[in-house]
Write a protein of this length. Structure first.
Ligand SMILES: [Zn+2]
Length: 353
């Protein structure tokens, strides 16, 4: 099978022909139909996770995977309802099944967990072994692997983040929710802001007019291009658009120091901020307003199995818009460079034909 594998940091992936992996008794072999390309793949190669991840080389990246079950392991329970030929998505966060977080169903934050494509085989290869409990069957219909693959991270991470804003009680009629960054995650984030907010105004904040246009097509009520603008300038633009210079909830799909600073500069009293983006390394916000205005700050990482089943259910009902760029296997390295520059509008996905 063709596989794009990593042999070290800061070097291109090697495009190779290697044997199809064996599967264990509790695994299925997924024939990869599409593998999403995430900015974290660029960061993985660049060494961003080097200190927190013990990566065995060669490693096959790719944590956004959809495809078909090619083969079933001998011990996969019949009552899981899986069969060869099924269209599936891969849940990419694999916990140890022992800790509190795993028992809560939050395998994505298991301290002893692993992630598809960050050590274990990922989707930058034509076949991938996955434990049967980590695949979710998708109803056959309009959805293609290209649409589905990004839903396992880009379309999942902002969903979980938006649920945190909902739980914080900052969404609803008369409220404003902002989505910072309309890249791979934010393009879905604005949709969830609409779907989960029950009537709030949705404002997309970004630096590229093309991406902000996409946000409007995906349901944003207003957009603000924040490039080279001060917090005060953005506040006054926000006031012209919504009648208020502040927002009640923010999901930051970028996670740079500037976006966090700007976000807190826009956050209302009792507002909630959720970080899902991971571009920067540190948070530096003024403490007194945060405490005195009873704001809250939430980290939100990827999503759990149930979050993903909810996202897939929305997709099966046709409620999610997809903006996809197909990338040929031979063009993976060039596309990774484009990802690093934030050059894609929507999500790039690798396809194998
Ligand atoms: Zn665990």
């Amino acid at each position: 099978m063709r596989a794009a594998r990593m042999y070290g940091y800061k070097q291109p992936l090697r495009l190779e022909d290697i044997p199809i992996p064996e599967i264990g008794p509790d695994e299925v072999l997924v024939k990869v139909g599409a593998a999403g390309m995430c900015r974290t793949d660029f960061q993985l190669l660049d060494g961003y996770f080097r200190s927190s991840l013990d990566l065995p080389f060669p490693a096959t990246p790719g944590h956004e995977v959809s495809g078909w079950i090619e083969k079933m392991g001998s011990a996969v329970p019949k009552d899981l309802g899986l069969a060869e030929g099924d269209l599936v998505v891969v849940e990419g966060c694999w916990g140890d099944a022992l800790c509190r977080q795993c028992h809560e169903g939050n395998e994505q934050i298991c301290a002893h967990g692993s992630w598809a494509g960050f050590g274990p085989h990922g989707g930058y290869a034509e076949y991938m072994p996955v434990k049967a409990k980590h695949v979710i069957r998708v109803a056959q219909g309009e959805l293609t692997p290209e649409m589905l693959a990004p839903l396992t991270d880009a379309g999942l991470t902002p969903y979980r983040g938006m649920k945190k804003l909902a739980k914080a009680g900052v969404l609803g009629p008369g409220r404003t929710v902002a989505v910072m960054g309309v890249g791979g995650l934010g393009a879905y984030g604005v949709q969830y802001a609409k779907l989960l907010s029950g009537g709030a105004l949705v404002v997309a904040l970004g630096r590229s007019d093309d991406k902000l246009d996409l946000a409007v097509r995906n349901g944003a009520d207003h957009t603000i291009n924040i490039a080279d603008k001060s917090v005060d300038q953005v506040r006054s633009e926000l006031e012209q658009l919504t009648g208020r210079p502040e927002v009640d909830g923010i999901i930051d799909c970028v996670g740079a120091e500037e976006t966090i600073r700007l976000g807190f500069g826009l956050l209302a009293t009792e507002g909630a901020f959720v970080s899902v983006g991971l571009v920067g390394n540190r948070i530096d916000i003024p403490l007194f307003p945060f405490v005195a205005r009873e704001q809250s700050y939430h980290g939100s990482f990827w999503g759990n199995y149930n979050d993903l089943t909810e996202v897939i259910a929305l997709a099966e009902r046709g409620l999610i818009k997809h903006s996809i760029h197909k990338v040929a296997f031979d063009d993976i390295n060039q596309s990774l460079e484009r990802l690093g520059r934030g050059d894609f509008l929507g999500r790039a996905v690798i396809v194998y034909d």
